[in-house]
Design a protein around this ligand. Structure first.
Ligand SMILES: NC(=O)c1ccc[n+]([C@@H]2O[C@H](COP(=O)([O-])OP(=O)(O)OC[C@H]3O[C@@H](n4cnc5c(N)ncnc54)[C@H](O)[C@@H]3O)[C@@H](O)[C@H]2O)c1
Ligand SMILES: [Zn+2]
Length: 373
C-alpha cells in the first residue's frame, strides 16, 4: 500500500530506442499521482483525458482540466481525436502542456495519439485502469485510432514519460472486461517463464477474485516480461515478435467475426490453436496445447475456434496479415510452456503452409463444437 504523497520507485523500467520509461505498479499508487506528475511532467500544465465511465469510477487526487469522451471502441476515431485536440486548443494548452491518459486501452490509444500529435508532440503519462491496458496498451508506445476500413490504421509511436498502474482501480472493472485481459497474462507466461505459468495455474482462483496482492504480482511479472523481450529485441533479431504469440490466429478470428469476438476471447483461442499447430508441426512439445486450454478454460474461455466463425474468412485475414511473407503465414510457436521455439531462419517465427493451418483450424473447430454440445 502506498501512502499519499511520495511515490515508491518504479517497479519496472522499460528501455526503448528513445530512452527509458519507468513503470510504477503498486496498490494505492494513484494517491501519489501529484508526486508522479511533478517528477515526470515537471510543472507542465496537465490535461486529464478519460472516457466518461472511468471519469466517475476512478477518482483522482488532482485538480485541473479534464476532458472526457463516450466510453467504448466507437470513440477511437479521427473525429474524437479532432474534438479532443480542438478542446485543448480552446483551453489554451500550449507546447508546455501534457496529457494524463487515465483509462482502458481505448484511452491509452486515443489520448496517447492526441499527445503524440498535439503541437508536434507533448508528453503523456499513462494511467491504465483496465487489465488489458495494464498488460498491453499502455506500455510500449503504440498510439492511434481506427478508421472505417480497419482498426488502428492511423497512429504514431509515442513513448509515455511514465506509466502508473494501480491494481486497486481494477475493482470497479466489469467482470467481462477484467477477464478480457487475462489471456495476455497467460501469453506472457507461456512465451517466457515456466515458473510464472505454474504460479498462475496455482493462483488462478485468487487472480479471478482480484486479490490485490496477487493481481499486483501478476501485472508486475507481465510488464517485466514485456520489458525483457523489448530490451532483447535489438540483440536477438527482432525478438519482440514473440509478443505476437496467439495473435496471428487471434487477430484473424477477431476480424473474421466482425469484432463480435472480444480481444481476450480471440487471443485465448489463438493461443490454443497456435499451440496445436506447433504440436502438429512437431515444433511444440505434445501436451502444451492441453495445458494452455485447461488454464484458459478455468479463466472462462471456450477452447478452439467458435463454430460461428467462417474459416475461409479467417484464412483470408491471415493471408493479408502484415507479417505474411512469400505466401506462407508466419507464426510464433512455443517450444514448451515458458519458451518460444527459435525460427528456422534465425528469427522468431515459423512459416506454415496454408494447408496445415486449415487442417488445424478444422480440428480446433470440431473440438470447440464438441465442447459446446
Ligand atoms: N497500443 C497498444 O499497444 C494496444 C495493445 C492492446 C490493445 N490496444 C487497444 O486497447 C483497446 C481495448 O482496451 P480495453 O479493453 O481496455 O478497452 P476500453 O478502454 O474501452 O475499456 C473497456 C471498458 O472498461 C471501462 N473501464 C476501464 N477501466 C475501468 C475501471 N477501472 N473501472 C470501471 N470501468 C473501467 C471503460 O470505460 C470501457 O467501458 C482496443 O482499442 C485495442 O486496440 C492497444
Ligand atoms: Zn493482445
Amino acid at each position: 500500500m502506498t501512502s499519499p504523497g511520495r511515490a515508491p520507485p518504479p517497479a519496472v523500467t522499460l528501455r526503448h530506442a528513445g530512452g527509458e520509461c519507468p513503470v510504477y505498479i503498486a496498490a494505492g499508487i494513484l494517491a501519489a499521482l501529484p508526486d508522479l506528475v511533478e517528477r515526470h511532467l515537471h510543472g507542465r500544465r496537465v490535461v486529464v483525458v478519460s472516457d466518461d465511465r472511468v471519469a466517475t469510477a476512478v477518482p483522482l487526487p488532482l485538480d485541473g482540466d479534464r476532458l472526457t469522451f463516450p466510453a467504448g471502441e466507437p470513440s477511437k476515431t479521427r473525429e474524437e481525436w479532432a474534438r479532443l485536440t480542438d478542446r485543448m486548443v480552446s483551453l489554451g494548452v500550449g507546447r508546455d502542456g501534457a496529457v494524463l491518459a487515465v483509462g482502458g486501452g481505448v484511452t491509452a490509444d486515443l489520448a496517447g495519439f492526441v499527445a503524440a500529435t498535439y503541437m508536434r508532440g507533448i508528453p503523456v503519462l499513462q494511467v491504465p485502469t483496465s487489465l488489458l491496458a495494464m498488460l498491453d496498451a499502455a506500455v510500449g508506445g503504440k498510439t492511434g485510432v481506427d478508421l472505417p476500413a480497419g482498426k488502428n490504421l492511423v497512429g504514431a509511436f509515442h513513448q509515455p514519460a511514465a506509466v502508473a498502474m494501480d491494481p486497486e482501480t481494477l475493482r470497479t472493472l466489469a467482470e467481462e472486461e477484467y477477464r478480457n485481459g487475462l489471456p495476455e497474462a497467460v501469453k506472457h507466461a507461456a512465451i517466457a517463464d515456466p515458473e510464472h505459468f505454474a504460479w498462475l495455474e496455482a493462483r488462478l482462483d485468487a487472480v479471478l477474485r482480484r486479490d490485490p496482492v496477487v493481481v499486483e504480482a501478476l501485472v508486475r511479472r507481465s510488464v517485466e516480461i514485456k520489458a525483457e523481450v523489448v530490451a532483447a529485441d535489438e540483440r536477438e533479431a527482432g525478438r519482440r515478435a514473440v509478443l505476437n504469440a496467439g495473435h496471428t490466429v487471434g487477430h484473424a478470428l477477431e476480424a473474421a467475426s466482425g469484432y463480435a469476438l472480444r480481444h481476450g476471447a480471440a487471443v485465448a483461442a489463438g493461443l490454443t490453436v497456435e499451440a496445436r499447430l506447433g504440436e502438429h508441426m512437431g515444433v511444440t512439445l505434445p501436451g502444451t496445447a492441453d495445458r494452455l486450454t485447461a488454464l484458459l478454460s478455468r479463466s472462462g474461455f471456450a477452447s478452439g475456434v467458435p463454430s460461428s466463425v467462417d474459416l475461409e474468412l479467417v484464412l483470408a485475414h491471415m493471408r493479408s496479415d502484415k507479417k505474411a511473407r512469400g505466401g506462407a503465414t508466419r507464426f510464433v510457436l512455443l517450444r514448451d510452456i515458458g519458451a518460444v521455439a527459435a525460427g528456422s531462419d534465425g528469427g522468431w517465427t515459423h512459416a506454415v503452409s496454408e494447408r496445415a493451418v486449415r487442417d488445424v483450424l478444422e480440428q480446433c473447430r470440431n473440438r470447440a463444437a464438441g465442447a459446446e454440445r
